[in-house]
Design a protein around this ligand. Structure first.
Ligand SMILES: C[S@@+](CC[C@H](N)C(=O)[O-])C[C@H]1O[C@@H](n2cnc3c(N)ncnc32)[C@H](O)[C@@H]1O
Length: 252
């Protein structure tokens, strides 16, 4: 299982980090908003046609202690499945890990613009162990996360939306901020009232919080996930406010 880390937006360490890795690093750096770039990237990961998970920043085990309680908090009070969307899933083990480990029923949708990534993830899913809860489900989709509604994901469909590195990659493109803003808006739109969007990133709160407040509204919270290889990672949480319960005064 491979992992790739990026440094803060526009920071000089980004190219330095990627350059020694392989020859496609430059293409990746300049074309993160283009689907063809990601197809090429994930094709390179499948050595001899055998897919393996590729995890941006860190893998599922690094954040499972944070995600499993978040699932419980966001889920519906009745025993119906908690609906989770992983935007720009790539071949990360995030969705499969939650599907495998959740003690409560979960319906997980993994979305990526790259058909190559989704094909590889599908192969990995075939070899995955069964879910801990027999009613849990996982589905994979090739779709543009900046147009989730166009991809058939309705308003208020999910309790929890996860983004690990996808907003980061859009922000690093020349036209990125606009697309990253659309991504955040779409993620919030598909959340049900009381649901949460969790963004995992290495970007410093000084830069990320103002961006998220501008595109997603007030109420952004930040928590350190931890340090890996000297880089600090954060989880940024945005919510879709729960529907207000009318008070008796409001009905008068
Ligand atoms: C930095 S990688 C992160 C992958 C994965 N989340 C992980 O943690 O390893 C960014 C991912 O976003 C996907 N992506 C980029 N633009 C997208 C878009 N508009 N819609 C859906 N996925 C997109 C790429 O194909 C790539 O898999």
């Amino acid at each position: 299982m491979a992992t790739l880390m990026l440094s803060p937006r526009g920071g000089p360490a980004l190219g330095t980090l990627l350059r020694p890795l392989c020859s496609w690093a430059d293409g990746l750096l300049h074309g993160m908003a283009q689907p063809g770039t990601w197809d090429h990237f994930y094709t390179q990961q499948d050595t001899a046609g055998t897919p393996s998970h590729f995890n941006w920043f860190f893998d599922y085990t690094a954040i499972s202690g944070l995600l499993l309680p978040a699932l419980r908090e966001c889920g519906s009070p009745e025993a119906s499945p908690t609906r989770v969307l992983d935007v720009g899933c790539g071949t990360s083990d995030l969705g499969l890990g939650l599907y495998r480990d959740s003690p409560h029923p979960v319906h997980i949708a993994c979305v990526d613009v790259s058909p190559v990534a989704i094909r590889s993830l599908h192969q990995l899913l075939q070899e995955a162990p069964p879910p801990r809860h027999p009613l849990s489900q996982i589905h994979l989709y090739v779709a543009d996360a900046t147009d989730l509604e166009g991809g058939g994901f309705g308003d208020g469909s999910f309790h929890l939306v996860l983004d690990k590195g996808t907003c980061d990659s859009l922000l690093r493109c020349p036209k990125g901020p606009g697309q990253a803003g659309r991504l955040v808006a779409e993620c919030l739109q598909v959340l049900c009232p009381g649901g949460s969007l969790l963004q995992f990133s290495d970007e410093d709160p000084d830069a990320r919080v103002p961006f998220l407040e501008q595109v997603g509204g007030a109420g952004v919270t930040v928590q350190e996930v931890g340090h890996i290889a000297g880089i600090c990672y954060y989880v940024y949480t945005l919510g879709r406010p729960a529907l207000e319960t009318p008070t008796s005064g409001a009905l008068d």
